[in-house]
Write a protein that binds this ligand. Structure first.
Ligand SMILES: C[S@@+](CC[C@H](N)C(=O)[O-])C[C@H]1O[C@@H](n2cnc3c(N)ncnc32)[C@H](O)[C@@H]1O
Length: 283
């Protein structure tokens, strides 16, 4: 498993200059920068983690891309969910093999890959995407890293217009998830979990209001995750000067049976104390 092969991506790291390049390996092709070239036919001979030297003597580390390498280095058309948030969404959404999961929209397909990996080939992922071009690109992007996924179905459709079928989990990364809430009455099974990803707090407010109004969602939590990198170099041990401060907010909740208001004890007392005989129909 630590061999590098044609048809897959590889990360070439120039550690001296702090540069990382991702390239797809093909026979007879050259990787070229101002620091020289390297034949792909030579890269496939190196093991994962090994070193290769360019025609100008610059040394590169050869690495198989991790999920984070892949989604952060791909040329993007849609904004992806950042890996720190993806990790939380999978855990908070309790994604495990065997579940039926519905996701919208697909965008680049970064979350799709993470869900498919968590499902481990068991269970299903259905992805609704409004734009046909995005759906097509995402299918290619997913296949390039994950391979063929027989349990994945991408459908070009608008989730605001409805959901076919019933799912164990629903994951939403689109502008107005509150428009989906009415469709969860049949689209998400009771006891199932909903996870939403939203860049602004006004969207969070609208979504949480809609969930509360529906009356069938419990355990509604809204949060954000801030990752603070630290510099650890000799005696310089401190937070990095720069921080990527905000990506998005996450809402999680659980679909439950609607709790009807309790009958007031005072009403019950009144019924007991009445002298009236009940109608036959009430006995
Ligand atoms: C931010 S991107 C999703 C990124 C994706 N989660 C990822 O990690 O790569 C939002 C996507 O939602 C799609 N979208 C927006 N409204 C939609 C709707 N009503 N139904 C389905 N997809 C929708 C957009 O076309 C876009 O591709």
């Amino acid at each position: 498993m630590n061999t590098i092969s044609y048809g897959t991506n590889v990360i070439l790291t120039d550690e001296e200059r702090g540069k990382r390049h991702m390239t797809r390996l093909r026979e007879g092709i050259r990787f070229t920068t101002q620091y020289g070239f390297i034949e792909h036919d030579e890269i496939v001979k190196v093991l994962d983690g090994g070193i290769i030297t360019s025609s100008k003597g610059v040394r590169y580390r050869v690495l198989k891309p991790t999920y984070i390498d892949y989604v952060m280095n791909i040329k993007r058309r849609a904004q992806i969910i950042y890996p720190k948030d993806t990790a939380a969404m999978l855990m908070e959404g309790d994604i495990y093999p065997g579940l039926s999961v519905l996701e919208a929209g697909v965008g680049q397909g970064a979350l799709s890959i993470a869900i498919l990996r968590a499902l481990g080939g068991r269970g299903t992922l259905t992805s609704y995407e409004l734009r046909e071009d995005f759906a097509g690109d995402a299918a290619g992007f997913i296949a390039e890293f994950y391979g063929d996924a027989e349990n994945h179905d991408i459908q070009v459709r608008n989730i605001y217009e409805g959901i076919d079928g019933e799912y164990d989990r629903v994951m939403l990364d689109l502008p107005e998830p509150w428009q989906v809430v009415p469709h969860l009455e049949t689209g998400l099974r009771q006891g199932g979990l909903l996870v939403c990803y939203l860049p602004t707090i006004l969207q969070v407010k609208s979504c949480v209001d809609a969930l509360r109004e529906a009356g069938t969602f419990d355990d509604i939590n809204s949060f954000e995750l801030i990752k603070r990198p630290w510099k650890v170099d000799g005696r310089s041990v401190r937070p990095e000067m720069w921080t990527f401060n905000h990506s998005a907010f996450i809402i999680t909740c659980r679909k439950v049976e609607k709790m009807m208001p309790k009958v007031k004890p005072a009403d019950a007392q009144e019924t007991e104390e009445t002298d009236e005989m009940p109608d036959d129909a009430d006995i």
